[in-house]
Each structure stands twice: as C-alpha cells, then as structure tokens.
Ligand binder design. Structure first.
Ligand SMILES: [Zn+2]
Length: 207
C-alpha cells in the first residue's frame, strides 16, 4: 500500500507488520497508526521486548518446547522446567507452541508436553522424519508415562498424526487418549475458547 500522505517509512512499517500471521494490511495500518500516535517510548518498549525474547529463546532438543537462556534443557526423565508440582507421568502431544499455551491456559492440564512442530500430512508431503517423531518415541520408551494425550487438531492431518504415533507407542503406554471432539470437526485448537478446550480435555476418550 503506497501512502502518499505518510511516506515511505510508514509504508515500510506496514509491510513489516504484515509479516505477522493473521495481520493483513488493514490491521497493520491500525497497529502502525497506534504506534505513531503514542509516545516513542512505547514503540521502544515493544521493540525491545521482541528483540530480547527472540535473542534468548531456544528450542529444547527433547520436547521442542521453547526455553529461555537460563532454563535447563529437558533431562531424559522429564521436562525440567515443567517439573516440581507438575505431573511427570502424563504427556500431552501438541502440534505447536500456540496449542501448548492454549492448553496451559485452559487450566485443566498439569503434565508434560511434547511439541511436534507440525502435523504429518500426505497432501503436504510431511513425513515422520520431518517432525522427528523418533525423538518422541524414544522419550516415551525411556519414561514410564501413565497416560499420553493427543491434543492435535480434529482435522484429517491431526487425526492421522495421532493415529500414526499411537500405533508405535502403544506397547510402551497402556493409556493413550485423544481430546474429545465435542469441538466441531475440522476446527483448529487456535480457534477454540478455553472453556471448550478445558471440557475437551476432561472428556478425553481412550484411543
Ligand atoms: Zn523440553
């Protein structure tokens, strides 16, 4: 969008903001205007927290969860940073960090996580090796989980992924469950409110 009134700096800002997921040009313009009309310190504060968080984040080699600078990596037994009062014997398998945060915010889960960083997909050509599913299987082999919960989306790819992994881990864990699909079929976890998600965890069914 060329903006003759506000100039190329404004255009550049809109272009940068449009790179965020779900942010179209219109929302990007709104965000840019919001920054322009507020004191410069606010922009500096936002930019600084973005750069700092991005600089310090790492991905745990074991569970693919985000960890920051001083957080320890996961041990072979469990995710250190989630230990303590948490249930070390339950594992929840999610597609991405966003879903992990949604489940955390539902307040209905207190166990460990494994982040796949994607879903298996025949149509998109995403194979088990792309998602390092061996890491997950090894983790399950080493730990005696009482329950493994699949919280992948109720889409074709989400179902396929859960089913594929389940077949390889059922010898290592007796209780394998799937979040209840009271959620509309084909919907994605991102769009489900936290009460519905909490209920789908409570009502999880055995696979
Ligand atoms: Zn970890």
């Amino acid at each position: 969008m060329k903006n003759k009134i506000l100039g190329k700096e404004f255009d550049q800002l809109i272009e940068s903001l449009s790179k965020f997921p779900s942010i179209g040009e219109k929302t990007a313009s709104r965000l840019a205007l919001f920054l322009m009309k507020n004191p410069p310190n606010l922009t500096l504060e936002i930019a600084k927290s973005m750069v700092e968080a991005r600089k310090k984040v790492r991905t745990c080699k074991m569970c693919n969860n985000f960890i920051f600078d001083k957080d320890p990596d996961c041990s072979d037994k469990s995710c250190n940073r989630l230990s303590g009062a948490r249930d070390l014997r339950t594992l929840c398998v999610v597609e991405n960090m966003f879903d992990l945060i949604s489940i955390e915010n539902s307040g209905e889960y207190n166990g460990q996580y494994h982040v796949l960083q994607g879903l298996l997909s025949v149509s998109k050509g995403i194979k088990p090796e792309d998602l390092k599913i061996n890491h997950l299987i090894n983790r399950i082999k080493k730990n005696k989980f009482n329950e493994i919960i699949f919280a992948t989306d109720p889409t074709n790819d989400g179902e396929f992924t859960a089913q594929h992994i389940k077949e390889q881990i059922q010898v290592y864990c007796k209780k394998i469950s799937r979040i209840a699909i009271g959620m509309p079929l084909g919907s994605e976890l991102d769009y489900i409110d936290k009460n519905t998600l909490a209920k789908s965890l409570i009502d999880r069914r055995k696979m």
